[in-house]
Design a protein around this ligand. Structure first.
Ligand SMILES: [Zn+2]
Length: 251
């Protein structure tokens, strides 16, 4: 019963994350005004704005203009709903439960702002880094990251991307990576610790290169086509708490 309640609350939060994903990059207010259809600006009344369910009932279309609504809205709501239930199964109602939700929620938002707008927003990475620091200081980090691991992870994560970016700029004279990536690694380092940085960096770069090549050679995108690299960092970070220790045990 309680899991069902958490699933519903998660869906509501997911619906709010969708608002953030669409409005933060567009510099729109996230609290005021109703949700509206991005095609026809139709204000969606609350009874048509039920997380997860509305999308299924309306078959992914706007009730007013019949335009397709991006599947990402549905995915974000569903993922967040499962995140709440999963986190509760891991930690019960505890500080770690909230920490886990905060970290993974930020990953969900970052994944979709990078996918849709090629943006990793400071408005997300900086506050979540600070909250991560707080969880480490009170020693209730859901990933068992200790204080020094965390501080070192944050600093090394940020500097590594900063240096790669600097070298890339010197060689190619174009910006390869934004500082958004550096701040994302600051955040990841703080939450997951120093050991996570290089594994996440290597696996996301590899996955990004493979998927990038597929798009260039199979889908014939031109070479300037930009990969939302942040999405790969997010995926690698999301998997790290489960798979990272497995990898290090193999070494
Ligand atoms: Zn519409």
């Amino acid at each position: 019963m309680f899991s069902l309640l958490l699933f519903i609350i998660g869906g509501i939060f997911g619906s709010f994350y969708n608002v953030c994903i669409y409005r933060l990059p567009n510099e729109l207010d996230i609290v005021s005004k109703n949700s509206f259809c991005i095609h026809c600006k139709y204000k969606i009344p609350f009874y048509l704005n039920i997380p997860i369910i509305s999308y299924i009932l309306n078959l992914g279309k706007c009730k007013n203009c019949n335009e397709k609504i991006s599947l990402s809205y549905f995915i974000v709501e569903l993922l967040t709903a499962f995140l709440f239930v999963y986190s509760y199964n891991l930690f019960g109602l505890s500080f770690e439960f909230f920490g886990y939700i905060i970290f993974y929620s930020s990953l969900i938002i970052i994944f979709f702002t990078d996918l849709k707008y090629y943006l990793i927003l400071d408005k997300i990475t900086i506050p979540i880094s600070l909250i991560g620091l707080f969880f480490v200081i009170i020693d209730l980090n859901p990933f068992n990251t200790n204080f020094y691991d965390s501080i070192l992870g944050g600093i090394i994560g940020y500097l590594t991307i900063y240096i790669i970016r600097y070298i890339f700029f010197k060689i190619r004279k174009v910006e390869g990576m934004g500082l958004g990536d550096a701040k994302l690694f600051l955040m990841i380092g703080i939450w997951l610790g120093i050991k996570s940085i290089y594994l996440i960096l290597a696996s996301s770069a590899l996955a990004g290169a493979i998927v990038g090549s597929i798009f260039i050679y199979i889908y014939k995108k031109d070479k300037n086509f930009q990969i939302p690299y942040g999405c790969f960092i997010v995926l690698a970070s999301a998997l790290y708490p489960k798979l990272g220790s497995l990898f290090y045990n193999l070494l």
